[in-house]
Design a protein around this ligand. Structure first.
Ligand code: HEC
Length: 108
């Protein structure tokens, strides 16, 4: 008798189904976060223009360095090299969402 086997099967099914929807939801959360915190200066979409003349559009960031490098910068609070920007310290799950979103808008 394994009373939990039905539950385990349900959990496994959920985990298998997760990746696609997970990424999409993550990207949407990231989009909302950058629209709130970054879009004031940066272009955050796939063909908009940064309102701040010095702020690089997010879709070009991967040309400067690997997107993964942003993770550390966000965790520490992007402030260095970011003179006009209010310090923004993201929580780990906000960071994952922001990275997922920024990755999704890169020019390839
Ligand atoms: C008040 C305006 C402003 C806001 C808000 C802002 N930025 Fe910036 N950001 C800038 C400017 C200006 C630069 C260019 C700084 C420079 O080159 O010295 C920049 C540069 C960057 C860079 C490139 C840094 C580098 O070393 O190449 C990244 C990454 C970045 N911003 C991420 C973000 C993220 C993520 C947010 C939202 C959480 C954000 N910024 C919000 C103004 C802003």
């Amino acid at each position: 008798m394994r009373p939990n086997s039905r539950l385990s099967a349900a959990i496994i099914a959920a985990l298998v189904a997760l990746p696609a929807t997970h990424t999409e939801a993550e990207e949407l959360r990231g989009k909302a976060l950058v629209e709130t915190n970054c879009a004031r200066c940066h272009a955050v979409g796939s063909n908009d223009t940064s309102t701040h003349p010095d702020a690089p559009p997010f879709r070009t960031l991967s040309k400067r360095y690997p997107i993964e490098d942003l993770e550390e910068a966000l965790a520490e609070g992007i402030s260095t090299g970011h003179p006009d920007m209010p310090e923004f310290v993201a929580s780990p799950d906000q960071i994952d969402a922001i990275i997922a979103y920024i990755r999704s808008v890169q020019d390839r």
